[in-house]
Design a protein around this ligand. Structure first.
Ligand code: 5GP
Length: 206
């Protein structure tokens, strides 16, 4: 059973390159199978090493549109030119198993669900600087220059939505960011520095 203080859904958003995936992976590792990532459907082609059904359900545009018509998504959005959606069936199944489910979605998706869902906590991750974000995107080597440039333009737009999240976590030092997120998720006392981080974010956007 879920502890009453625990939120069933944990919503993460961040511009790509903020280190969100590494933080989420570590949380899942420590969560002893009680915290799992919701596997979304996407029309984006799989990257090298990605596994269908584990990283995403990789589907065609047509299949995606059919799922939308069937009202199969909790939310769905176009991100960086591809469609992504959270599957109702997947999330419900996990919640019924007593698992805390992490949604790794973009800000458009969050805006679609923030007023309709209950019992969730939302966390926005910010990078220490725009330069750092750029460097992380290039060094991880997952995307082409054009794709990265598109992601950087979107990053600025995404950062503007940070204030609507419950927590804003600065990922400057990975371990510190991890400790903070882990406190939020595992119900320990959290030092809430949303306000300070929003000020920092303002510098980042100027
Ligand atoms: P990537 O292509 O790098 O795996 O993900 C790109 C972006 O799509 C990330 O910001 C990620 O949070 C977002 N994303 C992944 N799955 C979903 C989803 O189901 N819904 C929405 N709205 N965004 C998603």
């Amino acid at each position: 059973m879920l502890n009453n203080d625990m939120k069933q859904l944990i919503i993460f958003a961040a511009p790509s390159g903020s280190g969100k995936s590494s933080l989420i992976n570590k949380i899942i590792e420590q969560g002893d199978n009680k915290v799992q990532l919701s596997v979304s459907a996407t029309t984006r082609p799989a990257r090298k090493g990605e596994i269908n059904g584990k990283d995403y359900f990789f589907i065609s545009k047509e299949e995606f549109v059919n799922l939308q018509k069937e009202n199969a998504f909790i939310e769905s959005a176009e991100v960086h030119g591809y469609m992504y959606g959270t599957l109702k069936s997947y999330v419900n199944e996990k919640i019924n198993e007593g698992v805390q489910v992490i949604l790794d979605i973009d800000v458009q998706g969050f805006n679609q669900i923030r007023n309709s869902l209950q019992n969730y906590v939302s966390i926005f991750i910010i990078p220490p600087s725009f330069e750092e974000l750029k460097e992380r995107l290039f060094t991880r080597g997952l995307d082409s220059k054009e794709v990265i440039e598109n992601r950087l333009i979107n990053a600025k737009k995404e950062l503007e939505y940070a204030s609507s999240f419950d927590y804003v976590v600065l990922n400057d030092d990975f371990n510190e960011a991890f400790e903070q997120i882990s406190s939020i998720i595992f119900g320990r006392k959290v030092i809430d520095n949303k306000h300070a981080n929003l000020n920092k974010l303002q510098d980042l956007l100027d």
